[in-house]
Design a protein around this ligand. Structure first.
Ligand code: SF4
Length: 346
């Protein structure tokens, strides 16, 4: 089977945008690929280094949401980045060969500095070595497992392209012995179909906008959040016809509702035959039905915190074994001194 790798920062409890944009796709990949999924806690430090008090808790929350969503530790290697120190070792070695300009021109570098890096406006100081280097840490994450594919959304394609460039450069400097395969194969992008998923204020669903519906939100909370969600701005009065294609609620219906419900939404909205409250109620029914089985599974894992830790520990152990194989080839390729294992671990 071809190998797939992807990760997520531990930002705390996940929301529907995380689920529909990545997690659900990962669950589906499990049967067809050898899957490695990791919680990128070192990546969280690149922006949140000043307050690390929530990282451990958030890591476990993300693990719970992954397991609840159907990631199966029997079929996938589910692990924590910081438990596999080889990520840091490869990152360091790759940093030796990566020109600064490659990192400075990564689109998210400037974007994020503008969005959250304005210290005068209460933002975070992102003028750090670690923040500049985070796309290279991502490259190390991928190349460490000699992954064939990286499932990403369109906005992450540039990062995989950087990884390919870095791998090419590594393989040029340190070619394999005649006839051998390159040590760091260039990964391919596996584009994740990501439906438009607005949050309750109509902008993209995102934790930083405070407009999310969490996978853990109980039914009354889901209903209340959807009840106050923004709608087609042209539909001011109940008697005004609306247009679901211009309404964030309509966008969510397209993701969660059946074709039959969709037909009722189009007909009822365009003729002003239904009110927005009724329409949002149908959406809430669909969302709650989607979340129920996840929440049930989550409760089982919540009742066994030791089991969750054990799953992460075992996954990290398997990941480390695989990462170790790559690092042996990498050290060989760089002609670093080889010592007996006991010597190295002293
Ligand atoms: S009826 Fe539904 S789709 Fe139409 S404007 Fe209201 S919430 Fe949006």
């Amino acid at each position: 089977m071809k190998r797939v790798l992807s990760g997520m920062r531990p930002t705390g409890k996940l929301h529907l945008g995380n689920y529909m944009g990545a997690l659900l796709n990962w669950v589906r990949l499990q049967g067809d690929y050898e899957c490695y999924f990791f919680i990128a806690d070192w990546h969280a430090l690149t922006t949140d280094y000043a307050d690390t008090s929530k990282i451990a808790e958030n890591t476990l929350e993300v693990a719970l949401d992954w397991l609840a969503a159907g990631l199966d530790p029997e079929r996938s290697v589910v692990f924590v980045q910081s438990s596999v120190p080889e990520h840091a070792e490869l990152h360091l070695l790759l940093s030796m060969i990566t020109p600064l300009g490659w990192l400075e021109r990564v689109p998210t570098y400037k974007e994020q500095q503008q969005q959250i890096g304005d210290v005068a406006a209460g933002g975070k100081d992102l003028s750090t070595y670690g923040f500049l280097g985070y796309p290279l840490l991502q490259s190390a994450d991928i190349l460490l497992y000699q992954a064939d594919f990286v499932p990403v959304g369109q906005d992450q394609v540039a990062h995989v392209e950087l990884t390919r460039e870095v791998a090419r450069r590594f393989n040029q400097f340190y070619p394999p012995p005649a006839g051998g395969a390159p040590v760091l194969p260039e990964p391919q992008v596996l584009l994740t179909p990501s439906p438009k998923l607005p949050g309750t204020d109509g902008r993209k669903m995102s934790k930083s906008y405070g407009n999310t519906i969490l996978l853990t939100d109980p039914e009354p909370v889901v209903r209340q959040k959807l009840k106050t969600m923004v709608t087609d701005p042209a539909r001011v009065r109940r008697s005004d016809p609306g247009e679901p294609d211009l309404c964030p609620v309509g966008d969510l219906h397209k993701v969660f509702s059946t074709p039959e419900t969709m037909e009722r939404v189009y007909a009822g909205c365009r003729s002003a035959g239904i009110g927005c409250i009724e329409c949002k109620g149908w959406l809430a029914d669909a969302v709650v039905a989607q979340l129920n089985p996840l929440q049930e599974r989550r409760r089982e894992y919540e009742n066994s915190p030791a089991l969750v830790r054990e799953i992460l520990a075992q996954g990290s152990c398997r990941a480390r074994a695989r990462a170790g194989e790559t690092m042996e080839q990498v050290r060989d390729a760089l002609h670093l001194v080889e010592l007996p294992t006991e010597e190295r671990s002293r």
